[in-house]
Design a protein around this ligand. Structure first.
Ligand SMILES: [Zn+2]
Length: 463
Protein backbone atom coordinates (compact mmCIF):
# COMPACT_ATOMS: atom_id res chain seq x y z
CA UNK A 1 0.00 0.00 0.00
CA UNK A 2 1.35 3.40 -0.87
CA UNK A 3 -0.19 6.76 -0.26
CA UNK A 4 0.46 10.02 -1.99
CA UNK A 5 -1.03 13.43 -1.70
CA UNK A 6 -1.43 15.72 -4.63
CA UNK A 7 -2.84 19.18 -5.06
CA UNK A 8 -4.60 21.88 -3.12
CA UNK A 9 -8.19 22.01 -1.99
CA UNK A 10 -10.42 23.14 -4.82
CA UNK A 11 -14.07 22.56 -5.49
CA UNK A 12 -14.77 20.13 -8.31
CA UNK A 13 -15.85 21.69 -11.60
CA UNK A 14 -19.29 21.32 -13.07
CA UNK A 15 -19.53 17.73 -14.25
CA UNK A 16 -22.13 18.30 -16.91
CA UNK A 17 -21.27 17.13 -20.40
CA UNK A 18 -20.72 20.29 -22.44
CA UNK A 19 -22.53 21.33 -25.60
CA UNK A 20 -20.46 20.13 -28.52
CA UNK A 21 -20.30 23.66 -29.88
CA UNK A 22 -18.33 24.63 -26.77
CA UNK A 23 -14.65 25.45 -27.19
CA UNK A 24 -13.95 23.02 -24.34
CA UNK A 25 -14.00 19.25 -24.58
CA UNK A 26 -10.72 19.03 -26.45
CA UNK A 27 -9.07 15.72 -25.81
CA UNK A 28 -6.64 14.53 -28.42
CA UNK A 29 -2.89 14.69 -27.83
CA UNK A 30 -1.41 13.85 -24.47
CA UNK A 31 -2.37 10.22 -24.94
CA UNK A 32 -6.02 10.95 -24.17
CA UNK A 33 -8.41 9.58 -26.75
CA UNK A 34 -10.97 11.99 -28.14
CA UNK A 35 -14.53 11.31 -27.07
CA UNK A 36 -16.11 8.51 -29.04
CA UNK A 37 -18.68 9.89 -31.42
CA UNK A 38 -21.84 8.14 -32.41
CA UNK A 39 -21.87 5.59 -29.60
CA UNK A 40 -24.23 6.97 -26.96
CA UNK A 41 -23.46 5.84 -23.45
CA UNK A 42 -25.97 4.79 -20.84
CA UNK A 43 -24.54 4.26 -17.35
CA UNK A 44 -25.41 0.91 -15.75
CA UNK A 45 -25.00 1.26 -12.00
CA UNK A 46 -24.97 -1.74 -9.69
CA UNK A 47 -26.81 -1.02 -6.45
CA UNK A 48 -26.36 -2.45 -2.99
CA UNK A 49 -25.37 -1.90 0.62
CA UNK A 50 -22.13 -2.13 2.59
CA UNK A 51 -19.36 -4.15 0.95
CA UNK A 52 -20.76 -3.80 -2.57
CA UNK A 53 -17.33 -3.23 -4.15
CA UNK A 54 -15.82 -6.34 -2.57
CA UNK A 55 -18.77 -8.44 -3.68
CA UNK A 56 -18.89 -7.09 -7.22
CA UNK A 57 -15.36 -6.44 -8.48
CA UNK A 58 -13.16 -9.50 -9.10
CA UNK A 59 -10.12 -9.76 -6.81
CA UNK A 60 -7.69 -9.75 -9.75
CA UNK A 61 -8.85 -6.25 -10.72
CA UNK A 62 -8.17 -5.00 -7.20
CA UNK A 63 -4.68 -6.53 -7.00
CA UNK A 64 -2.08 -3.77 -7.39
CA UNK A 65 -4.79 -1.38 -8.54
CA UNK A 66 -4.32 2.35 -8.98
CA UNK A 67 -6.84 3.91 -6.61
CA UNK A 68 -7.75 7.61 -6.67
CA UNK A 69 -9.69 8.94 -3.73
CA UNK A 70 -10.18 12.06 -1.59
CA UNK A 71 -9.24 12.89 2.00
CA UNK A 72 -12.83 13.04 3.25
CA UNK A 73 -13.19 10.48 6.05
CA UNK A 74 -16.15 8.65 4.52
CA UNK A 75 -14.27 8.23 1.24
CA UNK A 76 -11.20 6.89 3.04
CA UNK A 77 -13.43 4.50 4.98
CA UNK A 78 -14.84 3.14 1.72
CA UNK A 79 -11.30 2.61 0.36
CA UNK A 80 -10.19 1.00 3.62
CA UNK A 81 -13.07 -1.47 3.40
CA UNK A 82 -12.13 -2.55 -0.10
CA UNK A 83 -8.33 -2.27 -0.04
CA UNK A 84 -7.15 -2.72 3.57
CA UNK A 85 -6.47 0.99 3.65
CA UNK A 86 -3.69 2.38 5.83
CA UNK A 87 -4.77 5.79 7.10
CA UNK A 88 -1.35 6.86 8.38
CA UNK A 89 -0.97 9.79 6.04
CA UNK A 90 -0.07 13.41 5.98
CA UNK A 91 -2.33 15.64 3.92
CA UNK A 92 -0.50 18.90 4.58
CA UNK A 93 2.36 20.73 3.00
CA UNK A 94 2.21 20.16 -0.71
CA UNK A 95 0.20 21.94 -3.34
CA UNK A 96 -0.12 22.43 -7.09
CA UNK A 97 2.74 21.65 -9.44
CA UNK A 98 5.15 20.89 -6.59
CA UNK A 99 2.86 18.13 -5.37
CA UNK A 100 2.36 16.84 -8.90
CA UNK A 101 6.11 16.45 -9.37
CA UNK A 102 6.46 14.72 -6.02
CA UNK A 103 3.50 12.50 -6.78
CA UNK A 104 4.92 11.58 -10.15
CA UNK A 105 8.23 10.47 -8.66
CA UNK A 106 6.51 8.69 -5.81
CA UNK A 107 4.16 6.81 -8.11
CA UNK A 108 7.06 5.22 -9.95
CA UNK A 109 8.82 4.25 -6.72
CA UNK A 110 5.61 2.96 -5.22
CA UNK A 111 4.64 0.86 -8.18
CA UNK A 112 8.14 -0.63 -8.30
CA UNK A 113 7.90 -1.47 -4.59
CA UNK A 114 4.43 -2.86 -5.00
CA UNK A 115 5.19 -4.95 -8.06
CA UNK A 116 4.35 -8.56 -7.47
CA UNK A 117 2.32 -7.85 -4.36
CA UNK A 118 -1.39 -7.33 -3.90
CA UNK A 119 -0.90 -3.81 -2.53
CA UNK A 120 -2.88 -1.05 -4.14
CA UNK A 121 -1.37 2.32 -4.94
CA UNK A 122 -3.71 4.85 -3.34
CA UNK A 123 -3.48 8.50 -4.34
CA UNK A 124 -5.36 11.28 -2.58
CA UNK A 125 -6.43 14.01 -4.97
CA UNK A 126 -7.99 17.36 -4.24
CA UNK A 127 -7.85 19.07 -7.57
CA UNK A 128 -8.26 18.22 -11.24
CA UNK A 129 -5.73 20.58 -12.73
CA UNK A 130 -4.80 19.48 -16.21
CA UNK A 131 -1.03 19.85 -15.80
CA UNK A 132 -1.06 17.77 -12.61
CA UNK A 133 -3.23 15.11 -14.19
CA UNK A 134 -0.90 14.80 -17.17
CA UNK A 135 2.10 14.42 -14.82
CA UNK A 136 0.28 11.74 -12.84
CA UNK A 137 -0.76 9.90 -16.02
CA UNK A 138 2.82 9.98 -17.30
CA UNK A 139 4.15 8.60 -14.00
CA UNK A 140 1.48 5.91 -13.92
CA UNK A 141 2.35 4.94 -17.50
CA UNK A 142 6.00 4.47 -16.48
CA UNK A 143 4.94 2.40 -13.47
CA UNK A 144 2.68 0.31 -15.69
CA UNK A 145 5.47 -0.34 -18.19
CA UNK A 146 7.89 -1.28 -15.41
CA UNK A 147 5.35 -3.62 -13.87
CA UNK A 148 4.70 -5.29 -17.21
CA UNK A 149 8.46 -5.59 -17.76
CA UNK A 150 8.71 -7.63 -14.58
CA UNK A 151 6.31 -10.22 -15.85
CA UNK A 152 2.70 -11.18 -15.80
CA UNK A 153 0.77 -10.14 -12.74
CA UNK A 154 3.20 -7.38 -11.74
CA UNK A 155 1.27 -4.47 -13.24
CA UNK A 156 -1.91 -2.67 -12.21
CA UNK A 157 -4.92 -4.14 -13.98
CA UNK A 158 -7.49 -1.48 -13.19
CA UNK A 159 -8.00 2.12 -12.14
CA UNK A 160 -10.44 2.88 -9.32
CA UNK A 161 -12.11 6.20 -8.60
CA UNK A 162 -13.66 6.27 -5.13
CA UNK A 163 -14.88 9.67 -3.96
CA UNK A 164 -16.55 12.80 -5.28
CA UNK A 165 -16.13 14.44 -8.65
CA UNK A 166 -12.42 15.10 -8.16
CA UNK A 167 -11.50 11.46 -7.54
CA UNK A 168 -13.86 10.15 -10.20
CA UNK A 169 -12.67 12.58 -12.87
CA UNK A 170 -9.03 11.80 -12.03
CA UNK A 171 -9.65 8.06 -12.32
CA UNK A 172 -11.48 8.57 -15.63
CA UNK A 173 -8.55 10.58 -16.98
CA UNK A 174 -5.90 8.07 -15.85
CA UNK A 175 -7.81 5.00 -17.03
CA UNK A 176 -8.32 6.57 -20.47
CA UNK A 177 -4.63 7.52 -20.64
CA UNK A 178 -3.47 4.01 -19.68
CA UNK A 179 -6.26 2.10 -21.44
CA UNK A 180 -6.96 0.19 -18.22
CA UNK A 181 -10.41 -0.93 -17.01
CA UNK A 182 -12.17 1.65 -14.84
CA UNK A 183 -14.15 1.10 -11.66
CA UNK A 184 -16.11 4.03 -10.23
CA UNK A 185 -17.74 4.24 -6.82
CA UNK A 186 -19.16 7.68 -5.94
CA UNK A 187 -19.00 8.39 -2.21
CA UNK A 188 -21.40 11.29 -2.59
CA UNK A 189 -23.94 12.37 -5.20
CA UNK A 190 -23.26 16.11 -5.22
CA UNK A 191 -22.23 15.83 -8.86
CA UNK A 192 -22.91 13.36 -11.66
CA UNK A 193 -19.23 12.78 -12.47
CA UNK A 194 -19.65 9.02 -12.01
CA UNK A 195 -22.22 8.95 -14.79
CA UNK A 196 -20.48 10.89 -17.54
CA UNK A 197 -17.71 9.63 -19.81
CA UNK A 198 -15.54 12.76 -20.11
CA UNK A 199 -13.29 13.91 -17.29
CA UNK A 200 -13.76 17.52 -16.22
CA UNK A 201 -10.32 19.10 -15.83
CA UNK A 202 -9.34 22.61 -14.80
CA UNK A 203 -6.87 24.75 -16.65
CA UNK A 204 -5.54 27.63 -14.58
CA UNK A 205 -3.78 30.55 -16.21
CA UNK A 206 -2.26 33.52 -14.45
CA UNK A 207 -3.33 36.82 -15.92
CA UNK A 208 -3.55 40.47 -14.96
CA UNK A 209 -6.38 42.92 -14.94
CA UNK A 210 -9.10 40.47 -13.99
CA UNK A 211 -11.38 40.39 -11.01
CA UNK A 212 -11.13 37.77 -8.31
CA UNK A 213 -7.78 36.13 -7.71
CA UNK A 214 -5.73 35.73 -4.59
CA UNK A 215 -5.71 39.26 -3.31
CA UNK A 216 -2.02 39.64 -4.19
CA UNK A 217 -2.57 41.75 -7.28
CA UNK A 218 -2.53 38.82 -9.69
CA UNK A 219 -5.54 36.89 -10.82
CA UNK A 220 -6.19 33.48 -12.26
CA UNK A 221 -8.40 32.54 -15.15
CA UNK A 222 -9.85 29.09 -14.72
CA UNK A 223 -11.50 27.19 -17.50
CA UNK A 224 -12.98 23.74 -17.40
CA UNK A 225 -12.36 21.33 -20.26
CA UNK A 226 -13.94 17.94 -20.78
CA UNK A 227 -11.54 15.33 -22.09
CA UNK A 228 -11.50 11.67 -22.97
CA UNK A 229 -14.11 8.96 -23.04
CA UNK A 230 -13.85 6.65 -20.04
CA UNK A 231 -16.64 4.12 -19.60
CA UNK A 232 -16.52 2.17 -16.35
CA UNK A 233 -16.44 -1.63 -16.27
CA UNK A 234 -18.22 -1.25 -12.93
CA UNK A 235 -20.23 1.70 -11.59
CA UNK A 236 -21.06 0.96 -7.97
CA UNK A 237 -23.71 2.78 -5.96
CA UNK A 238 -23.35 1.69 -2.35
CA UNK A 239 -26.21 3.19 -0.33
CA UNK A 240 -24.35 2.86 2.97
CA UNK A 241 -21.27 4.59 1.60
CA UNK A 242 -23.42 7.45 0.29
CA UNK A 243 -25.30 7.82 3.57
CA UNK A 244 -21.96 8.25 5.36
CA UNK A 245 -21.52 11.54 3.47
CA UNK A 246 -23.15 14.76 4.74
CA UNK A 247 -26.75 14.69 3.57
CA UNK A 248 -26.58 18.29 2.29
CA UNK A 249 -23.82 17.30 -0.16
CA UNK A 250 -25.87 14.46 -1.65
CA UNK A 251 -28.96 16.66 -1.82
CA UNK A 252 -27.11 19.41 -3.65
CA UNK A 253 -26.71 17.07 -6.63
CA UNK A 254 -30.39 17.58 -7.32
CA UNK A 255 -29.53 21.07 -8.65
CA UNK A 256 -28.07 19.51 -11.80
CA UNK A 257 -31.37 17.66 -12.37
CA UNK A 258 -33.53 20.68 -11.64
CA UNK A 259 -31.55 22.61 -14.26
CA UNK A 260 -33.60 20.74 -16.90
CA UNK A 261 -36.52 23.01 -15.94
CA UNK A 262 -34.85 26.15 -17.29
CA UNK A 263 -32.58 24.50 -19.87
CA UNK A 264 -35.57 22.94 -21.61
CA UNK A 265 -37.29 26.33 -21.87
CA UNK A 266 -34.12 27.77 -23.46
CA UNK A 267 -33.99 24.93 -25.97
CA UNK A 268 -37.68 25.14 -26.91
CA UNK A 269 -37.46 28.93 -27.32
CA UNK A 270 -34.24 28.70 -29.35
CA UNK A 271 -36.09 26.28 -31.63
CA UNK A 272 -39.17 28.52 -31.89
CA UNK A 273 -37.30 31.83 -32.26
CA UNK A 274 -34.20 30.82 -34.20
CA UNK A 275 -34.99 27.43 -35.73
CA UNK A 276 -32.37 25.67 -33.65
CA UNK A 277 -32.23 21.90 -34.14
CA UNK A 278 -34.65 20.24 -31.75
CA UNK A 279 -35.71 16.73 -30.83
CA UNK A 280 -39.26 16.34 -29.55
CA UNK A 281 -38.53 12.88 -28.16
CA UNK A 282 -35.53 14.09 -26.14
CA UNK A 283 -37.57 17.04 -24.88
CA UNK A 284 -40.42 14.70 -23.88
CA UNK A 285 -38.01 12.47 -21.97
CA UNK A 286 -36.59 15.53 -20.20
CA UNK A 287 -40.11 16.66 -19.29
CA UNK A 288 -40.87 13.18 -17.93
CA UNK A 289 -37.68 13.29 -15.87
CA UNK A 290 -38.81 16.62 -14.39
CA UNK A 291 -42.27 15.26 -13.56
CA UNK A 292 -40.68 12.34 -11.69
CA UNK A 293 -38.30 14.67 -9.88
CA UNK A 294 -40.83 17.33 -8.95
CA UNK A 295 -43.22 15.05 -7.07
CA UNK A 296 -43.77 15.09 -3.31
CA UNK A 297 -42.84 11.42 -3.08
CA UNK A 298 -39.51 12.06 -4.80
CA UNK A 299 -38.77 15.05 -2.55
CA UNK A 300 -39.47 12.94 0.54
CA UNK A 301 -37.34 9.99 -0.59
CA UNK A 302 -34.48 12.24 -1.67
CA UNK A 303 -34.61 14.21 1.59
CA UNK A 304 -34.60 11.08 3.75
CA UNK A 305 -31.84 9.43 1.67
CA UNK A 306 -33.49 6.05 1.87
CA UNK A 307 -32.24 3.28 -0.42
CA UNK A 308 -35.11 4.21 -2.74
CA UNK A 309 -34.24 7.90 -2.59
CA UNK A 310 -30.58 7.38 -3.41
CA UNK A 311 -31.47 4.93 -6.16
CA UNK A 312 -33.93 7.48 -7.58
CA UNK A 313 -31.28 10.21 -7.61
CA UNK A 314 -28.84 7.83 -9.31
CA UNK A 315 -31.42 6.69 -11.88
CA UNK A 316 -32.33 10.29 -12.68
CA UNK A 317 -28.64 10.98 -13.34
CA UNK A 318 -28.61 7.90 -15.59
CA UNK A 319 -31.65 9.16 -17.50
CA UNK A 320 -30.27 12.69 -17.78
CA UNK A 321 -26.93 11.45 -19.11
CA UNK A 322 -28.67 9.02 -21.48
CA UNK A 323 -30.83 11.84 -22.89
CA UNK A 324 -27.81 14.11 -23.41
CA UNK A 325 -25.74 11.28 -24.89
CA UNK A 326 -28.52 10.32 -27.29
CA UNK A 327 -28.96 13.94 -28.34
CA UNK A 328 -25.22 14.58 -28.55
CA UNK A 329 -24.71 17.39 -26.06
CA UNK A 330 -25.96 18.85 -22.78
CA UNK A 331 -28.65 21.06 -24.34
CA UNK A 332 -31.52 19.32 -22.50
CA UNK A 333 -30.04 19.92 -19.04
CA UNK A 334 -27.76 22.95 -19.18
CA UNK A 335 -28.76 26.47 -20.09
CA UNK A 336 -29.08 29.99 -18.74
CA UNK A 337 -29.14 28.87 -15.10
CA UNK A 338 -25.59 27.58 -15.54
CA UNK A 339 -24.58 30.81 -17.28
CA UNK A 340 -25.51 32.77 -14.14
CA UNK A 341 -23.36 30.38 -12.12
CA UNK A 342 -20.40 30.79 -14.46
CA UNK A 343 -20.75 34.57 -14.40
CA UNK A 344 -20.79 34.59 -10.59
CA UNK A 345 -17.67 32.40 -10.47
CA UNK A 346 -15.96 34.73 -12.91
CA UNK A 347 -16.97 37.80 -10.89
CA UNK A 348 -15.81 36.54 -7.50
CA UNK A 349 -13.19 33.88 -8.31
CA UNK A 350 -14.82 31.84 -5.54
CA UNK A 351 -15.84 28.18 -5.58
CA UNK A 352 -19.36 27.10 -4.76
CA UNK A 353 -21.15 23.85 -4.03
CA UNK A 354 -22.25 23.43 -7.62
CA UNK A 355 -25.71 21.91 -7.27
CA UNK A 356 -26.85 24.34 -4.59
CA UNK A 357 -25.67 27.30 -6.66
CA UNK A 358 -27.52 25.91 -9.68
CA UNK A 359 -30.73 25.48 -7.65
CA UNK A 360 -30.64 29.21 -6.81
CA UNK A 361 -29.89 30.05 -10.44
CA UNK A 362 -32.81 27.89 -11.64
CA UNK A 363 -35.23 29.96 -9.55
CA UNK A 364 -33.81 33.26 -10.83
CA UNK A 365 -33.76 32.07 -14.44
CA UNK A 366 -37.25 30.57 -14.31
CA UNK A 367 -38.58 33.88 -12.99
CA UNK A 368 -36.96 35.79 -15.87
CA UNK A 369 -38.28 33.25 -18.35
CA UNK A 370 -41.77 33.82 -16.99
CA UNK A 371 -42.11 30.24 -15.78
CA UNK A 372 -43.87 29.08 -12.61
CA UNK A 373 -41.39 29.54 -9.76
CA UNK A 374 -43.82 28.82 -6.93
CA UNK A 375 -43.81 25.12 -7.76
CA UNK A 376 -39.99 24.97 -7.76
CA UNK A 377 -39.66 26.97 -4.55
CA UNK A 378 -42.23 24.80 -2.76
CA UNK A 379 -40.58 21.61 -3.98
CA UNK A 380 -37.12 22.78 -2.84
CA UNK A 381 -38.66 23.57 0.54
CA UNK A 382 -40.05 20.06 0.82
CA UNK A 383 -36.68 18.68 -0.27
CA UNK A 384 -35.04 20.54 2.59
CA UNK A 385 -32.34 22.19 0.52
CA UNK A 386 -31.15 25.61 1.71
CA UNK A 387 -30.47 27.52 -1.50
CA UNK A 388 -30.50 31.00 0.04
CA UNK A 389 -27.85 33.53 -0.97
CA UNK A 390 -26.08 32.95 2.36
CA UNK A 391 -26.11 29.14 2.06
CA UNK A 392 -24.79 29.33 -1.50
CA UNK A 393 -22.05 31.67 -0.31
CA UNK A 394 -23.06 34.80 -2.19
CA UNK A 395 -25.01 37.98 -1.48
CA UNK A 396 -27.93 39.83 -2.99
CA UNK A 397 -25.55 42.60 -4.08
CA UNK A 398 -23.23 40.19 -5.90
CA UNK A 399 -26.11 38.44 -7.62
CA UNK A 400 -27.60 41.80 -8.58
CA UNK A 401 -24.33 42.69 -10.30
CA UNK A 402 -24.29 39.34 -12.11
CA UNK A 403 -27.87 39.69 -13.37
CA UNK A 404 -27.32 43.26 -14.58
CA UNK A 405 -24.26 42.14 -16.55
CA UNK A 406 -25.43 38.72 -17.71
CA UNK A 407 -26.37 39.98 -21.18
CA UNK A 408 -22.78 41.12 -21.78
CA UNK A 409 -21.45 37.88 -20.27
CA UNK A 410 -23.35 35.60 -22.64
CA UNK A 411 -22.50 37.83 -25.60
CA UNK A 412 -18.80 37.47 -24.80
CA UNK A 413 -18.87 33.74 -24.02
CA UNK A 414 -19.70 32.80 -27.56
CA UNK A 415 -19.63 29.04 -26.96
CA UNK A 416 -22.81 29.25 -24.84
CA UNK A 417 -25.92 28.09 -26.66
CA UNK A 418 -28.75 30.65 -26.88
CA UNK A 419 -30.97 31.08 -23.85
CA UNK A 420 -33.19 33.63 -22.17
CA UNK A 421 -30.36 36.14 -21.65
CA UNK A 422 -29.55 35.97 -25.36
CA UNK A 423 -33.20 36.54 -26.26
CA UNK A 424 -34.08 39.24 -23.70
CA UNK A 425 -30.62 40.58 -22.83
CA UNK A 426 -29.40 41.17 -19.29
CA UNK A 427 -31.89 41.86 -16.51
CA UNK A 428 -32.80 45.60 -16.62
CA UNK A 429 -32.47 47.87 -13.58
CA UNK A 430 -36.20 48.18 -13.15
CA UNK A 431 -36.72 44.40 -12.97
CA UNK A 432 -33.69 43.13 -11.13
CA UNK A 433 -34.94 43.70 -7.60
CA UNK A 434 -38.24 41.96 -8.27
CA UNK A 435 -36.26 38.99 -9.56
CA UNK A 436 -33.98 38.92 -6.54
CA UNK A 437 -37.04 39.11 -4.28
CA UNK A 438 -38.33 35.85 -5.76
CA UNK A 439 -35.17 34.14 -4.53
CA UNK A 440 -35.06 35.93 -1.19
CA UNK A 441 -38.71 35.88 -0.15
CA UNK A 442 -38.92 32.18 0.81
CA UNK A 443 -36.12 32.62 3.32
CA UNK A 444 -37.29 36.00 4.57
CA UNK A 445 -40.73 34.58 5.28
CA UNK A 446 -39.20 31.53 6.98
CA UNK A 447 -37.10 33.82 9.17
CA UNK A 448 -40.16 35.99 9.86
CA UNK A 449 -42.14 32.93 10.90
CA UNK A 450 -39.37 31.88 13.28
CA UNK A 451 -39.26 35.38 14.76
CA UNK A 452 -43.04 35.28 15.26
CA UNK A 453 -42.81 31.94 17.05
CA UNK A 454 -40.02 33.30 19.27
CA UNK A 455 -42.13 36.37 20.08
CA UNK A 456 -45.14 34.25 20.96
CA UNK A 457 -42.99 32.08 23.23
CA UNK A 458 -41.79 35.20 25.02
CA UNK A 459 -45.40 36.32 25.36
CA UNK A 460 -46.31 32.93 26.85
CA UNK A 461 -43.47 33.25 29.35
CA UNK A 462 -44.78 36.60 30.48
CA UNK A 463 -48.30 35.36 31.06
ZN1 LIG B 1 -23.97 21.52 -13.69
Amino acid sequence: MFLQFQGELLAPPCPCPRPLSSSSGGGGGDGIPAAARGVPYTPRPVYGGAGLLGRTVPAELRRGALVYTQPEPWALAAVRDAFEFDDDLDCGGLGGAQAAAAAAAAAVAAAAAAAGTAAAVVTLVTDVEYENLKAMAAAAAVALAEGKGQGKGHAPRAVFGIGGGTALDTAKFISAALALPLVLMPTLLSVAAGYTVAAGVREVRSCSGGTGGDGDGSSKAVSVAYVGDARPAHLLVDFDVLRAAPAALNLSGVGDLLSCYTALWDWEQAHARQGERFDGAAAARTRALLETLLSDDAADALREQTDDGLRLQSELFVEEVAICEAWGNARPEEGSEHYIGYALEQLTGAHYLHGRLIALCVVLTAAYQGQDTARIVAWLGRLGMDWSFAAVGTTRAEMRQVLLGIGDFVAKERQLLPGVFHFFGGVPEDRVDALLDVAEAPFKSAAARLRAVARSLVECERH
